[in-house]
Design a binder for this molecule. Structure first.
Ligand code: FE2
Ligand code: FE2
Length: 275
């Protein structure tokens, strides 16, 4: 997600010592300066009646007095502007966990394909373009989520070193077992990660519908995130299809292999959401 795309939600205020903080960051922690907390309407609870909310100002006018508009708003397709609904604490916690899992999951996917490719393409050179295609897409996903968690200061999971080793071992060992086992690994991993992305899209679309019913908006940044999650989910499911087309179900023992890998993925997701 480019900074240009996010710029409407990324207003910056100047803190003491010239440090810049994003103040309309939907996941920004509440430990930033009092000045930015006061201006961070997008990531705080709904305004108290005694505290007039603040409308975001262009970045070059952040020292100007705040206006008295009730909520930030964005242009609507229907004409009038819609106020942007601030996220609740629970919603921010959900997004932090989900995006942390997404980032480490994409790193694991890269490492699985990187470990599989040399072994697999030596004996099956015709798979080289497919493996490169899937690797390149995973690298794009990883780059995207890296940028998102950096921008919103979401910590990566502390389990990254363990997942790094586990993903490399999984990729190498399934490739050594053969083409079918490697493809069964892809099928299992992509089934779990596709489900994971689909659940995130469902939650965010539900938020958007509730905002819409109130005449409000999630804001352009979260709407863009929904679009990116849909695109990435579809690419993961495309990888799943490629695996099945390349005889994933001929792996022996297929059931045991895929169930163990899928269980491992679910466990890693559960832990990464929390640690
Ligand atoms: Fe991916
Ligand atoms: Fe994938």
């Amino acid at each position: 997600m480019s900074s240009t795309l996010l710029s409407p939600m990324s207003l910056v205020c100047r803190a003491p010592r010239g440090i810049h903080y994003p103040v309309l960051d939907f996941l920004a922690p509440c430990t930033i300066s009092a000045v930015s907390r006061q201006s961070s309407r997008f990531h705080t609870s709904p305004p108290r009646s005694s505290q007039p909310p603040i409308t975001p100002q262009p970045s070059n006018t952040t020292n100007a007095p705040p206006s008295q508009s009730p909520l930030p708003s964005q242009p609507s397709k229907d004409g009038p502007t819609k106020p942007i609904r601030p996220l609740t604490q629970e919603q921010r916690a959900f997004l932090s966990s989900a995006l942390r899992v997404n980032q480490t999951g994409e790193l694991a996917a890269i490492l699985i394909y990187a470990a599989q490719s040399p072994v697999l393409t030596r004996s099956h050179p015709h798979l080289r373009p497919l493996m490169k295609h899937m690797y390149d897409q995973e690298a794009g996903h990883y780059k995207y989520f890296n940028e998102v968690i950096s921008k919103h200061r979401i910590r990566p999971t502390a389990m990254t070193p363990l997942w790094t080793a586990a993903a490399s071992i999984l990729g190498w060992s399934t490739a050594v077992l053969g083409r079918e086992a490697a493809m069964a690994c892809t099928e299992a991993v992509e089934t779990e990660i596709g489900t994971h992305y689909n659940e995130q899209v469902g939650v965010l679309v539900d938020w958007a519908k509730k905002c819409e019913a109130r005449g409000e908006s999630l804001g352009p940044e979260l709407e863009a995130l929904i679009g990116e999650l849909r695109r990435i989910r579809d690419e993961e499911l495309e990888h799943l299809d490629h695996a099945v087309e390349n005889d994933a179900k001929a792996a022996r023992p297929y059931e045991a292999l895929t169930e163990v890998i899928r269980g491992g993925c679910r466990g890693a997701i559960w832990v990464s959401e929390r640690v």
